[in-house]
Ligand binder design. Sequence first.
Ligand SMILES: Nc1ncnc2c1ncn2[C@@H]1O[C@H](COP(=O)(O)OP(=O)(O)O)[C@@H](O)[C@H]1O
Ligand SMILES: Nc1ccn([C@H]2C[C@H](O)[C@@H](COP(=O)(O)OP(=O)(O)O)O2)c(=O)n1
Ligand SMILES: [Mg+2]
Length: 238
Amino acid sequence: MWKRMASLSPLVSSSKSTLLNQAAYGFNIRKSLSTGISTPVKHGTMLKEKTPFITFVLGGPGSGKGTQCIKIAQTFGFTHLSAGDLLRREILSNSEYGTMILDTIKEGRIVPSEVTVKLIKKTIESSDNYKFLIDGFPRSEENRIAFEHIIGVEPNVVLFFDCPEEEMVKRVLNRNEGRVDDNIDTIKKRLKVFSSLNLPVVNYYSKRGKLHTINAVGTVDEIFEQVRAVFSVCEAMK
Ligand SMILES: Nc1ncnc2c1ncn2[C@@H]1O[C@H](COP(=O)(O)OP(=O)(O)O)[C@@H](O)[C@H]1O
Ligand SMILES: Nc1ccn([C@H]2C[C@H](O)[C@@H](COP(=O)(O)OP(=O)(O)O)O2)c(=O)n1
Ligand SMILES: [Mg+2]
């Protein structure tokens, strides 16, 4: 029996339509992720099969990933998983990795992929939904390869929020969520890590024809219209 995403709130934002989807579809994510073939599973009185639909959401710190993900989840019925939120939750849960994760985030570095992918896997397996928006992941080639090895699938769509550095710095410094990494020293380090480790992932998906670059400057609604255009051409979203 899959646990409901809603029980993981507020880490995972599930829109009303997502909850309806969760009620409507049950599938064996472990099997379907590792084989790419969905397996029918009895869920309540219903027997349905669905192939997972995975969207990776990339972009520098403050580029607006989280803000747009909330709107995407609400509009298109995705379950939103933020890798950063999962890691912050792990710190708060007194896990054996908590201190290491906190130190890594404070330094603006990337947490070892195995830790992050395990948290993502656990969350995916707890869900009855089949559409996942994975925000802030993969942040490095190591992240990307670990996901492929451990989860066993590639994303269907990759969004990249392209934002100038000055704008990202301004937004992060105004974010006001009390995060240990939203200070000028850590931001400078995160921007360097973004260029050296995340841009190769962006290039990888660009070469594979999966990348959709979004101009991340403008109002939240203007940016969302670009995102909407990406999903409106996806058959699976209709
Ligand atoms: N289009 C936008 N214009 C101005 N500020 C924005 C925009 N989108 C998001 N923000 C604000 O910028 C900050 C960073 O946004 P967030 O969604 O957390 O980015 P990310 O998840 O990429 O770090 C937040 O305070 C958010 O409210
Ligand atoms: N895949 C990931 C995602 C986040 N992290 C760590 C390192 C990041 O600087 C912090 C914060 O990530 P988060 O996505 O919440 O940050 P932004 O929303 O981009 O500002 O978490 C990671 O190590 N690996
Ligand atoms: Mg974010």
